[in-house]
Design a binder for this molecule. Structure first.
Ligand code: NAD
Length: 342
């Protein structure tokens, strides 16, 4: 039998060492390329047995051109680069890594919360450029007993809710799919989106980007917020309507924003956020730590190894329905996930 061909359609790391640690095998050949367009992906992948993907489009056209691919593995959480329906129809497993950076993203949201409320970026700039004068940072208010509103109550905001207990914040959340009694166990009260906007001093966005969450925060929601409130977004830019946010900031409907994600990334060099006093920006880095990167890349490769070498469904199988068309020896979706000593 020939070797299994694994194509890495695109990647932005210094090497593929972690992936190779998992996939180095005499039955596997790894072909790393840097595809941008659909045509390039088709050219390299049509005879692939597995695909590892970052941003290159794995559209229906691409999927229909695949002759014997069994698994498409996406770096990170989102699978918006892949037409999952087309993959399921074609009997191809789609897998991601949903659990590699809960600590990092919740830490980052907390860092943005503290940086914004303690005015750290402004104080740093003033102190280095102008003078040693705390009055430049007025007004700063005590955090204890303020209210944090979490939009979405998945794994990341649950970790954040745990961490902010030490700060003495009250925590509310809007998540229409999360059980109220489970939220109560975390000390968090579930409320409507309107009540969350009205009652929160800090609003932190953690809902995934879907057709129903696109523009979830818009003019209506900003009008309900307190004028001293500020917004944190470590989720996905388009969950917040950017025109409405700019308008809310310019008209002092809210006091500021701390954003790790924006509508179009990378941000354009003439974007209004770049010159706004009350806005802190970071370059979609909340997920990142050396350990999280290693975990994500290793788990992506393991998803491929599970299917090709161990005849198992990957642990993080997104399209469970594929089991109706792609029969693998082990149906439990167990996968090989013992790893990870960093
Ligand atoms: P998760 O999958 O554990 O939870 C998502 C939650 O959102 C679920 O509880 C779901 O019920 C809720 N939800 C779905 N639709 C909603 C809606 N309309 N309104 C409110 N809540 C809704 O997700 P997670 O692990 O907590 O991650 C949250 C998001 O963080 C991810 O979707 C991703 O977009 C983002 N993220 C960002 C980075 C980064 O580097 N900035 C890294 C990882 C994840």
């Amino acid at each position: 039998m020939g070797k299994w061909k694994v194509v890495v359609t695109d990647w932005e790391f210094e090497s593929l060492n972690y992936e190779m640690d998992i996939l180095e095998h005499d039955q596997i050949e790894v072909l790393p390329v840097q595809c941008k367009s659909e045509d390039e992906v088709i050219a390299y992948c049509q005879d692939a047995d597995a695909i590892i993907n970052q941003y290159a489009p794995i559209s229906r056209n691409v999927i229909e051109s695949l002759q014997h691919c069994k698994v498409i593995a996406r770096y990170g959480v989102g699978v918006n680069t892949i037409d999952v329906t087309a993959a399921t129809e074609k009997g191809i497993c789609v897998t991601n890594v949903p659990d590699y950076c809960m600590d990092e993203v919740s830490d980052h949201a907390l860092a943005l919360l503290l940086s914004w409320t303690r005015k750290i970026p402004m104080a740093d700039k003033e102190t280095k450029q102008n003078q040693w004068d705390f009055k430049k940072t007025r007004p700063i208010h005590r955090l204890r007993e303020r209210t944090l509103g979490l939009i979405g109550f998945g794994k990341i905001p649950q970790a954040l809710a745990e961490k902010v207990k030490a700060l003495g914040l009250n925590v509310l959340s809007y998540d229409p799919y999360f059980p109220e009694e489970e939220a109560a166990k975390h000390g968090v009260k579930l409320v409507s989106l309107e009540d969350l906007c009205r009652e929160s001093d800090i609003v932190s966005v953690h809902a995934p980007l879907t057709e129903s969450t696109r523009g979830l925060l818009g003019d209506q929601e900003f009008k309900l917020m307190k004028d001293h409130a500020f917004l944190i977004n470590t989720s996905r830019g388009p969950v917040v309507d950017e025109t409405s946010l700019i308008d809310a900031l310019e008209n002092n409907l809210i006091a500021g924003a701390a954003l790790d994600v924006v509508e179009t990334e990378p941000i354009s060099r003439d974007h209004p956020f770049l010159t706004m006093e009350g806005v802190i920006l970071t370059p979609h880095m909340a997920w990142y730590s050396e350990e999280a990167e290693k975990e994500m890349r290793s788990k992506v490769a393991m998803g491929v190894a599970d299917v090709l070498l161990h005849d198992q469904y990957p642990k993080y199988l997104i399209n469970q329905k594929v089991k109706e068309t792609l029969r693998l020896q082990s149906n439990d979706g167990g996968g090989r996930y013992a790893l990870l000593s960093n």
